[in-house]
Structures are given as C-alpha cells and as structure tokens.
Design a binder for this molecule. Structure first.
Ligand code: SF4
Length: 72
C-alpha cells in the first residue's frame, strides 16, 4: 500500500474535475492511496507524461487508457 506520487497535483484526487463520480472516495482509497499503478490516469502519466493525461479521465478507465497507449 502506497500513495501515488501525483497526489499533490492530481485533479481527480483534489476534486477539481467536473462530474466527479459518486464513487470517488472509494477510487481514491483503492487507487490513489493503494494500487496507483492500476489507475488509468497514472498509466498515461507514466507512459507519456502529465500533459498527455486526458482532463476528463477517471482512474477506472483502464480500457480507455490502454486504447490511447495502443495496448488494446
Ligand atoms: S492514482 Fe491516479 S487519480 Fe489517484 S492521484 Fe494518482 S494519478 Fe491521480
């Protein structure tokens, strides 16, 4: 269990995204403060850098992340 390195600046973790999902607290617990490597935003951040992360991407959108990374 570890904190994501993006916690301080991530718009999702800091409630700065529009249409925050009702399960955002759960996502923060399961991704941001635990398995951040599985977060869709983190996947893009690691592969392509922060500017490449879609502003409206949520942590559970791994399929979308894989598509953007050409992995699916
Ligand atoms: S796990 Fe994902 S949503 Fe959470 S702080 Fe890291 S990049 Fe942001």
């Amino acid at each position: 269990m570890a904190d994501c390195e993006c916690l301080g600046t991530c718009p999702f973790f800091n409630d700065q995204m529009e249409n925050m999902p009702g399960l955002s607290t759960m996502y923060k617990r399961s991704y941001c403060k635990n398995d951040y490597a599985s977060c869709a935003r983190y996947m893009i951040f690691k592969a392509k850098g922060k500017p490449a992360v879609p502003p409206d991407m949520f942590p559970n959108q791994q399929d979308r992340a894989k598509e953007l990374l050409g992995l699916s």
